[in-house]
Design a protein around this ligand. Sequence first.
Ligand SMILES: NC(=O)c1ccc[n+]([C@@H]2O[C@H](COP(=O)([O-])OP(=O)(O)OC[C@H]3O[C@@H](n4cnc5c(N)ncnc54)[C@H](OP(=O)(O)O)[C@@H]3O)[C@@H](O)[C@H]2O)c1
Length: 285
Amino acid sequence: MTGEAMTASSVTGLLQNVTGTLVLVGAGKMGGAMLDGWLRLGFTRERIVILEPHPSPAIKALTTLGVRLNPPANEIKDVAFIVIAIKPQEAAAVIPALQPLAGSGALAISIMAGKTLAFLERTLGADTAIVRAMPNTPAAIGRGITVGVPNAKVTSNQKTLAHRLLGAIGAVEWVEDEALLDAVTAVSGSGPAYVFLLAESLARAGTAAGLPADLASRLARATVAGSGELLHQSPLDVATLRQNVTSRGGTTAAALDVLMAPAGLDRLMETAIAAATKRSKELAE
Ligand SMILES: NC(=O)c1ccc[n+]([C@@H]2O[C@H](COP(=O)([O-])OP(=O)(O)OC[C@H]3O[C@@H](n4cnc5c(N)ncnc54)[C@H](OP(=O)(O)O)[C@@H]3O)[C@@H](O)[C@H]2O)c1
């Protein structure tokens, strides 16, 4: 399935026939977004177990629908999936306690930044089938993109199931070489922040050009959001969409001459991505 992209909408309904118990460890922002997606796609509520010490009211409310919250360990049976969505700094304290759940042939999916397959195998058990995944924040609206890397124990059936579960928060891509996750983290994991910065920077530049600050801010936000949606919906490639707004000798061309100069955005972005990739390598364990 390497390179295959599957959108959330294209997997609708595909979770209805998935069997076994799914244990979600950490129902914060990312865990909560995945949970929403699984419920939307028909995962049987009674087969979802949430382990979360401080559940939000929304998570507590799910118990009235049949989802189980913090049940005693001996009541968690037939575990097919353990999805780990806690903060990386909590991993060393929390994950060893999951070993008995993982030991029964379950597939573990971790979305913790920087926690390598080697770390997960050490803490969950060397025989555990594990997918390490890197999502991004548009997951909150089902429009994220997640890149997964399986360890050697993951069967092709488990990979397909992991694809469906991760597909609940957006598109899914696979790589076989775990080392690529540092660059993935730099590009798509951290990427939303660069796009938000673009909106901030565009607004500041608009203000500097004489616009009232609140108008500049609305123009920048709508421009970034609308362009993102156009990019999402259009069959055209990115360069063509850019060229379509650019007439020779016009205003856009004047700005792009600056942004696309040798020391322009490409150079800056390459330096930024290299810095994030380096930091991701430093933080990995
Ligand atoms: N947000 C992103 O853009 C992004 C992108 C890629 C990857 N990730 C990864 O996704 C993971 C989750 O991030 P997030 O933004 O969703 O963080 P978050 O909102 O803080 O969620 C983490 C959740 O885990 C809970 N937790 C703490 N100790 C626990 C325990 N012993 N057992 C079960 N649950 C426990 C936390 O509860 P408390 O609030 O009570 O501590 C919190 O609800 C992180 O590892 C991060 O690296 C995030």
